[in-house]
Design a protein around this ligand. Structure first.
Ligand SMILES: Nc1nc2c(ncn2[C@@H]2O[C@H](COP(=O)(O)OP(=O)(O)OP(=O)(O)O)[C@@H](O)[C@H]2O)c(=O)[nH]1
Ligand SMILES: [Mg+2]
Length: 466
């Protein structure tokens, strides 16, 4: 694959400038063929003014296509690790297509999605988790997603994993030493209780990493918050207030909202996905009933539920709230406090916030309560959060193998704690599971040989030009 020279537009169409990237063994020749810059002769990492010219061999006629800046990167000091050129053109669709066409005429082919980053990975410029972070960085929409992608790009998870690998390797070598001397029957080099404590420590680290995926997912996809309650309590008014937009229809007719309505806002740099729902009541209207069923589906998906009321809840409503509060973060919002007839009340054990959605009272306070309920740990630059499903999957599988190692040493998980119950297995059996643990962890950074199919899957989600 690296024998081919690739080209693509690296910027989104429609801007004032468009940058075309060229990378591969013929990158310099191809660019030099369409402008007067001798790419192989100029200094590495230098930028030059260049006219791109279309030269018609038959008529000897030359057409200037654009006046550009050409930046030359010499292998291995480029993003891909190959000879590369970036041509900054004017952003006309015609110019950009024409330059690409000329490059293809001179031996390049159009790049596939993610092909530049894939080459960077294959040339050892990035490990696999860093390559994936590039896609996350481009897709980041707020401070939190940006920070997670940056941490991964700087090798956060790779460093953490290499520490775990070192410990696992130490365990393996101790066990293998024992194997080498297995004729000496009474020799047991590795102190099993020490081995066990190293293994348990690795287990704690893997658990923490795997658990951080929940946070990572929440931050990446937005935390779902359902706004529910009886009809006409002001749910749609609240949604509009939070979004600062007239997104949902508001009326004093009960049962106005039928379908769920969803939109996002950022609170303190975290994205929340608010879902306005059909008010809950007994109904004989088939369509409204479908809407109410959707309300329950939205509750099931939500991490936070804002239960809205405009009067003291009945026993029946209270019972529903209490059962919900067992597995959801529940916030009760008493709305319409501006109304003279509105009477305060308190509820045991469930936080209650008094608001007026219509008149914008205490909405800040509600937002802060939502943020608190999300329970997102404040991330520092060094915190490692797993954001990628592939990484999470590898961590869970690695942990499965590690648990077999620990069980092989005679321990058993009882009430979330390891305790010794059996004799340890022989070291050859243990080291087989240890090796599997190591191999599985290595899948994350791609240290082991990663099958082409897996690579294809990772890079196909990139944009062309990355
Ligand atoms: N006085 C007052 N009226 C409000 C307040 N919030 C909403 N309302 C009014 O209450 C009525 C119902 O508001 P909606 O937002 O449509 O209520 P809903 O809960 O979405 O109703 P359904 O979609 O039917 O379930 C409208 O007339 C709103 O103007 C408030 O804070 N104070
Ligand atoms: Mg509504």
């Amino acid at each position: 694959m690296g024998n081919e020279t690739i080209c693509a537009l690296a910027t989104a169409p429609g801007g004032a400038l468009g940058i075309i990237r060229v990378s591969g063994p013929r990158a310099f020749d191809a660019v030099s063929a369409i402008c007067a810059i001798r790419c192989d002769a100029v200094g590495a990492n230098t930028t030059h003014y260049a006219r791109i010219v279309d030269h018609d061999a038959a008529s000897q006629h030359q057409t200037v296509i654009d006046e550009t800046l050409v930046t030359v990167f010499r292998a291995p000091h480029s993003y891909t690790g190959e000879d590369s050129v970036e041509i900054s053109c004017h952003g006309s669709r015609y110019i950009l297509n024409k330059v690409l066409e000329l490059l293809v005429q001179h031996g390049c082919r159009m790049a596939n999605p993610g092909e530049y980053t894939m080459r960077a990975y294959l040339n050892g410029k990035l490990d696999l988790s860093q390559a994936e972070a590039v896609a996350d960085l481009i897709a980041s929409t707020n401070q939190a997603t940006h920070q997670m992608a940056m941490s991964q790009l700087r090798g956060g998870i790779s460093t953490e994993l290499s520490r775990l690998r070192e410990q696992l390797l130490k365990l393996t070598s101790l066990l293998e030493l024992e194997l080498d001397f297995s004729d000496h029957e009474d020799l047991e080099f590795a102190d099993r209780s020490e081995l066990l404590s190293v293994a348990k420590n690795i287990d704690i680290h893997i658990t923490r990493l795997a658990k951080s995926f929940e946070t990572g997912q929440a931050i990446k996809q937005g935390i779902p918050v359902a706004i529910v309650g009886k009809t006409n309590v002001g749910k749609s008014t609240l949604l509009n207030r939070l979004l600062k937009d007239d997104r949902a229809i508001v009326s004093d007719i009960h049962g106005t909202t039928r379908d769920t309505i969803e939109d996002t806002i950022d609170i303190n740099g975290i994205t929340f996905r608010f879902i306005d729902t059909a008010g809950i009541r007994q109904t004989t209207d088939t369509i409204e009933q479908i809407g109410i069923d959707r309300t329950y589906a939205a509750i099931a998906k939500a991490r936070i539920v804002i239960w809205m009321v405009d009067e003291e809840p009945s026993q029946e409503e209270l019972a529903k709230m209490e059962s919900l509060s067992e597995n959801k973060q529940l916030i009760i919002a008493r709305n319409k406090i501006d109304k003279a007839e509105s009477k305060p009340f308190t509820l045991a054990n469930i936080p209650l916030i008094e608001i007026s959605a219509k008149h914008n009272q205490n909405i800040d306070q509600l937002e802060q309560a939502i943020y608190q309920a999300a329970d997102i740990p404040v991330l520092s630059d060094t915190d490692i959060v797993v954001t990628n499903a592939r990484h999470h999957d590898a961590l869970v599988r690695a942990q499965g193998h590690l648990h077999r190692v620990i069980e092989g040493m005679g321990a058993k998980m009882v009430n979330g704690q390891w305790s010794m119950v059996n004799e340890s297995l022989s070291s050859d059996l243990l080291s087989e599971d240890l090796r599997l643990t190591l191999d599985t962890l290595s899948e994350i950074t791609g240290g082991q040989i990663t099958p082409n199919e897996v690579l294809g899957n990772i890079f196909k989600n990139f944009c062309v030009g990355k």
